[in-house]
Design a protein around this ligand. Structure first.
Ligand code: ADP
Ligand code: ZN
Ligand code: MG
Length: 480
């Protein structure tokens, strides 16, 4: 079989809510604390204990529902999802099944099937043969995480490429972060994404057999994992074979995919309504409170950046869709320092994004280059106190060591050459050094000016204002 295939992708996103306490007991949430210190008989599943519903978790779920344009049915209900595993002391997880808190939304062109509340399982650490505990093959259980409130968001299979999946998940993350209902940290597992992936012949309406990719803990891995799985399925289909429905684990080290376990079907879990909790009927007041608690969300923020702050569309989206950069930008904007919003946006989305990526994916919030410093730097370049090239050097200094841009310019002697006599001398030397180019410029070849410019920039180590140099060269060569 040959011909083109279309990728069909649906995502399931687990969001750990940052409520003060767990979903069904009064234990505090924690990350990184000593194991098994945030536990009680309820979250340890002792017989005879009863769950108490966390109102803040309901409020947060209703905020997520509103942000995703979901409907909130009059009644939602908890259900027991039964399975036997050491991370689940009760032998079941309290989740929602056929009556979730939110249904039928749409977010950035992707349909939302549902969003439901559930409790997280405990955290297992597998200790291999080299482990110090009894030599080999053991698992350690940390119940601190057990009972943490989760919202699981399930999309329709509306996504058509790995890149779209990554971009969409990033926008969702920025939105949830903005809501302030979760830390959305993929490495720490407070945001977890599973991908459901299939191919179908271009033009077909039917869904192909899907596989599920589990728990990719960064957006880059999400994209690469889906990419690798689409490739694997394409090869299977092109050789005339059939894709087997299964769950796969992506190994970012070598890009390989290994089966996790044969697919469990819904009825394996023997779902039934949780008898210890009454169904929840969100009131008009609860819905209104959720709507009122909503801050400006990334999509609205992008539009405001474009329409009111005057930032080009692409930079506006880069900022607004990555909450960390939006926060950085807003703080830089506040610091101002004479730089225009557009100049600050350009520095943040261009040089800063690249520099932080090169420094090993540093979060702008943790960057040594502060928003105030970047604003000041943008201002210095914009006012031509330093050249763009020098600005780049100052930025890499800031990212590496922090500090104050004006002091760096001073210490490194990066200040723009403002003495016009000095600049004229260098331009004359450049014209002398590049006689061919000079002749071409005299005859009207504007492109040849670049060679002379290059000489000046090299000579001044980028400390000359490009515009001023061009003007000087043109003047000297009578080229307008
Ligand atoms: P399951 O029963 O395996 O949990 P669901 O129908 O509940 O499957 O869907 C789970 C997720 O998989 C959803 O995000 C859905 O959009 C997606 N999905 C379902 N079928 C396909 C398919 N054929 N290809 C890609 N994604 C799919
Ligand atoms: Zn507890
Ligand atoms: Mg399902």
């Amino acid at each position: 079989m040959s011909g083109a295939y279309e990728a069909v992708i649906g995502l399931e996103i687990h969001v750990q809510l940052s409520t003060r306490t767990k979903m069904f007991c009064g234990c505090e949430l924690s990350f990184g604390d000593e194991p098994n210190v945030h536990t009680c008989p309820v979250c340890l599943g002792h017989p005879g204990t009863l769950p108490t519903l966390n109102e803040q978790a309901i409020h947060y779920a209703l905020m997520i529902a509103a942000a995703l344009g979901c409907e909130v049915p009059p009644l939602n209900e908890f259900a027991r999802k039964n399975y036997f595993y050491p991370d689940l002391p009760k032998g079941y997880q309290i989740s929602q099944f056929d009556k979730p808190i939110a249904v039928g939304g749409s977010f950035a062109d992707v349909g939302i099937t549902r969003a439901h509340l559930e409790e997280d399982a405990a955290k297992l650490t597998h200790v291999g043969a080299s482990g110090r505990i009894h030599g080999s093959g053991h698992s350690l259980v940390d119940f601190n995480r057990g009972g943490t409130p989760l919202v699981e968001i399930v999309t329709e299979p509306d996504i058509r490429s790995a890149a779209q999946a990554r971009e969409w998940a990033q926008l969702l993350r920025a939105t949830i972060r903005q809501l302030g209902v979760s830390d959305v940290n993929m490495e720490e597992g407070s945001l977890r994404a599973d991908g459901n992936i299939s191919l179908r012949p271009e033009g077909s309406e039917e869904l192909g057999v899907k596989t599920e990719l589990k728990n990719m803990n960064s957006f880059r891995f999400l994209e690469r994992g889906i990419e690798a799985e689409l490739e694997r399925q394409r090869e299977i289909l092109e050789s005339g074979e059939a894709v087997v429905q299964q769950t796969l684990h992506f190994h970012p080290e070598d890009g390989s995919l290994t089966p996790l376990r044969s697919k469990e079907y819904a009825h394996d879990y023997r779902y039934f309504p949780e008898p210890d909790l009454v169904p929840v009927a969100p009131t008009e007041a609860m819905l209104a409170a959720a709507r009122e608690a909503m801050p400006e969300l990334p999509l609205a923020r992008r539009d405001r950046y474009i329409e009111q702050v005057g930032i080009p569309a692409e930079a506006a989206a880069t900022l607004a869709f990555q909450a960390e950069y939006a926060e950085f930008f807003e703080r830089a904007l506040e610091a101002g320092d004479g730089a225009s919003a557009k100049a600050i946006a350009n520095w943040v989305t261009g040089e800063l994004v690249a520099a932080l990526r090169d420094a090993g994916d540093v979060d702008p919030g943790d960057s040594k280059a502060t928003p105030e410093a970047v604003a000041a730097l943008a201002g210095m370049v914009e006012s031509k106190a330093i050249s763009h090239g020098s600005g780049k050097r100052v930025l890499s200094k800031l990212v590496a060591d922090g500090g104050d841009p004006a002091a760096i310019v001073e210490a490194e002697g990066l200040g723009q050459i403002s003495d016009s006599g000095e600049l004229e001398k260098i331009v004359d030397a450049a014209i002398e050094a590049e006689p061919e180019a000079a002749e071409q410029v005299r005859q009207g070849n504007q492109k040849a000016i670049g060679r002379i410019m290059g000489f000046v920039m090299k000579e001044t180590q980028g400390r000359a204002d490009g515009g001023a140099v061009q003007k000087l060269i043109r003047g000297r060569l009578g080229a307008g």
